[in-house]
Design a protein around this ligand. Structure first.
Ligand SMILES: Nc1ncnc2c1ncn2[C@@H]1O[C@H](COP(=O)(O)OP(=O)(O)OP(=O)(O)O)[C@@H](O)[C@H]1O
Ligand SMILES: [Mg+2]
Length: 264
């Protein structure tokens, strides 16, 4: 049995305009520690809905999600969430933002500072610990969001288009940082993106979802991230003929799906 087991999950949003929306239909997915699942697919295919179910923000209409033998019934510290909008507290400095969740759980100050500084070191921001968050760049703020999610030492990291608002160069640097975090921590990752290239670079398992109803239409096992860990050369990995072939194949899949609102 996998550590995170998503079994026959369906979500029906009742009462939407024109009736109900079947946002997810019979989704099955299993993750073990070290698995990096990336979800791709046209807008509206249910990616965020699936992440929300794993996070425990909502309950599936059918099916269940089990993490470490326990059914997911609400949010929990063993699941860290990172969104595109990092939602940092502007009145707190960097380290206090990272430690915020620990403070809410009444972890003593010395202990939460130690943990927060340790996570800031992981994302390369230890020198900015005492800076107000509004004085650091958008890319750095996103790294603070990552450190904050890591602070509770979750078993699974849930990331909804976390790099979507960054410029191309910062985005590529952040992808490398995330791979390093994945490799160092061996946590489970569930990551949503609209970029096929980003998905191929990060994933150990890439799922392509299609809308109406939202479901997993294709799955790929890939290992380009592992290659980056070995050779530290992202350009070389992304220029590999096999990488390019898969990128074109998946782009084709997404573009040929029904009801495509946006892709790539
Ligand atoms: N709270 C809600 N109430 C009703 N319908 C919803 C709700 N949230 C999402 N939906 C519908 O469910 C479907 C899946 O939405 P979801 O946000 O999960 O898609 P997504 O794949 O994350 O899209 P995007 O790529 O645009 O973020 C869509 O048809 C959407 O309109
Ligand atoms: Mg979404």
């Amino acid at each position: 049995m996998a550590k995170l087991q998503i079994s026959h999950v369906s979500v029906n949003y009742a009462g939407t305009a024109g009736g109900s929306t079947l946002a997810l239909s019979d989704v099955n997915l299993a993750l073990d520690p070290g698995d990096f699942v990336v979800a791709l697919g046209a807008s509206g295919c249910g990616k965020t809905t699936l992440l929300s179910c794993i996070a425990g923000f909502m309950q599936p209409s059918e099916g269940e999600i089990v993490l470490g033998g326990r059914k997911v019934e609400g949010p929990g510290a063993e699941r860290g969430v990172v969104f595109q909008k990092h939602a940092l507290m502007p009145w707190l400095n960097v380290v206090d933002n990272v430690a915020f969740g620990l403070r809410m759980r009444h972890v003593p100050k010395a202990e939460r500072d130690r943990i927060a500084l340790d996570k800031l070191r992981l994302v390369g921001l230890e020198k900015f610990a005492r800076h107000p968050v509004y004085q650091i760049s958008g890319g750095m703020q996103q790294r603070v969001g990552l450190a904050r999610a890591l602070a509770s030492d979750p078993e699974v990291m849930l990331m909804d288009e976390p790099l979507g608002a960054l410029d191309a160069l910062t985005r590529e640097q952040q992808q490398e940082l995330i791979l390093d975090l994945w490799w160092k921590t061996r946590k489970m990752f569930f990551f949503i993106t609209h970029s096929v290239e980003e998905a191929l670079f990060l994933a150990t398992e890439l799922i392509v979802m299609t809308p109406s109803p939202g479901r997993i239409a294709h799955r790929y096992r890939v290992e380009f991230g592992r290659r980056f860990i070995d050779n530290r050369d992202a350009r070389k990995v992304k220029a590999d003929p096999e990488f390019i072939r898969l990128r074109e194949e998946i782009l084709q899949l997404i573009h040929s799906a029904p009801d495509v609102a946006e892709a790539a």
